[in-house]
Design a protein around this ligand. Structure first.
Ligand code: PMP
Length: 308
C-alpha cells in the first residue's frame, strides 16, 4: 500500500486510478501554467442518503474548470461526465467514509504543450461547521493587505489558475509576518475585493453585502449558492455592490465563504473589532443553514448534491 496523503492512497491520473505514490510526472512539467478546481463531498446526515457521500455543487464547479481551461488556452480531453465518474471511482477506491476534498488539476504537458495532464487527487478534511464545533468561533484577526487582488487587465481573476495564488500567497505571508491570521484584498480601484482563498460577505443593519464579480473576485460557487439561499430560504436581504474599506470597518459582522473555508467568521479587520457579538447572529444563521444543506437536510435544495 502506498504512502497516504490525508488518507488518499489513490488518485486519478490521465484516465486511470493509480496509487498516489505512483502518480508521477516529469520534473520539467510547466505546472505553473495549470488550472484547478476545489470541490467537496460531505457525508449525508439525515433526509438524503444518510451516511453516503454527496458532492456539493458538482456542475458549477466542473463548468468553472472548463471556463478556466478555455481562458488559459487548455483543452480538457474528457467529458464532464467522465470526470464525475473518475471522481466517484477514486473516492470509492480510497474507501473514504468521511468528508472529502476533491481537487481536479489540469496543466500542459512538458514538451507537448497542446496536450494536458488531468489529475484528480482527493483527500480527507475536517469541517469547521456543525453545532458546537470549536473551530468555527475561533478569534480571527484580519488585515487589509498592501497587495491588491490581481486585476483583469493583467491576469483573469475569474479563472482558478495557480498563477493567481501567487498573489494570495504574498498577501497571506504578509499578514502572518504582521501577526494577523489572514488577509483581505482591495481591488485595483481600492474597493473591497475578497479573501486570499474565499469571498467576503459583510453584514450591516441586518443586510448581507458582498462585492460584485467586477471587483476582481473569483466567481465563487459558494458565493453564488449563498446569493440564492440567503434571500430565498432565510429571507435575509442581500446587496451585491462595491464596498469601501471604511464600510468594511463599520460592519456588524463579516465572514469568508468558499468551498475550502466554508463559513469563516472574521473578528476584526486592521484591529478594528466588527460588531458586538462574535460570531455574529446572521453569520451563525447562514453557517447553520449551509451545514444543513451540505448534510442533505434541505429537501428543496437536493439538486445541489450529487451522490457518490
Ligand atoms: N476566492 C478565491 C481567491 C478562492 O481561492 C476561492 C476558493 N476556490 C474562492 C474565492 C471561493 O470559491 P468557491 O466558493 O468556488 O470555492
Amino acid at each position: 500500500m502506498s504512502v497516504a496523503f490525508h488518507g488518499a492512497h489513490y488518485c486519478w491520473m490521465n484516465g486511470d486510478v493509480v496509487e498516489t505514490e505512483r502518480a508521477q510526472v516529469s520534473a520539467m512539467e510547466p505546472i505553473y501554467l495549470g488550472i484547478f478546481e476545489g470541490i467537496k463531498a460531505y457525508v449525508g446526515k439525515n433526509i438524503l442518503s444518510k451516511g453516503k457521500l454527496n458532492i456539493f455543487q458538482w456542475k458549477p464547479h466542473i463548468d468553472r474548470l472548463w471556463r478556466s481551461a478555455a481562458v488559459n488556452g487548455l483543452e480538457i480531453p474528457y467529458t464532464k461526465d467522465e470526470l464525475l465518474e473518475a471522481t466517484k471511482k477514486t473516492i470509492k477506491m480510497n474507501e473514504f467514509d468521511t468528508n472529502v476534498y476533491i481537487q481536479p488539476r489540469v496543466w500542459p504537458r512538458a514538451g507537448e504543450e497542446d496536450k494536458v495532464h488531468v489529475v484528480i487527487p482527493v483527500w480527507k478534511f475536517n469541517t469547521i461547521l456543525g453545532k458546537g464545533n470549536p473551530e468555527f468561533g475561533k478569534i480571527r484577526r484580519f488585515m487589509v493587505s498592501s497587495w491588491r487582488r490581481v486585476s483583469s487587465d493583467a491576469l483573469p481573476p475569474q479563472a482558478k489558475s495557480w498563477a493567481n495564488y501567487q498573489n494570495s500567497s504574498l498577501a497571506t505571508k504578509e499578514a502572518k509576518r504582521c501577526g494577523y491570521d489572514g488577509a483581505l484584498f482591495l481591488d485595483s480601484r481600492g474597493f473591497v475585493s475578497e479573501g486570499t482563498g474565499a469571498c467576503l460577505m459583510t453584514v450591516r443593519n441586518g443586510k448581507v453585502i458582498t462585492s460584485p464579480v467586477s471587483a476582481s473576485i473569483l466567481e465563487s460557487v459558494t458565493r453564488n449558492t449563498f446569493l440564492e439561499f440567503i434571500p430565498e430560504d432565510l429571507k435575509i436581504p442581500v446587496e451585491v455592490r462595491d464596498l469601501t474599506r471604511v464600510e468594511l470597518y463599520a460592519s456588524d459582522e463579516a465572514f469568508l465563504c468558499g468551498t475550502g473555508g466554508e463559513v469563516t467568521p472574521i473578528t476584526s479587520v486592521d484591529d478594528i473589532k466588527l460588531g458586538d457579538e462574535y460570531p455574529g447572529p446572521i453569520t451563525k444563521k447562514i453557517a447553520d443553514y449551509y451545514s444543513d444543506l451540505l448534510a442533505g437536510n434541505v429537501k428543496k435544495r437536493a439538486s445541489w448534491l450529487t451522490p457518490v
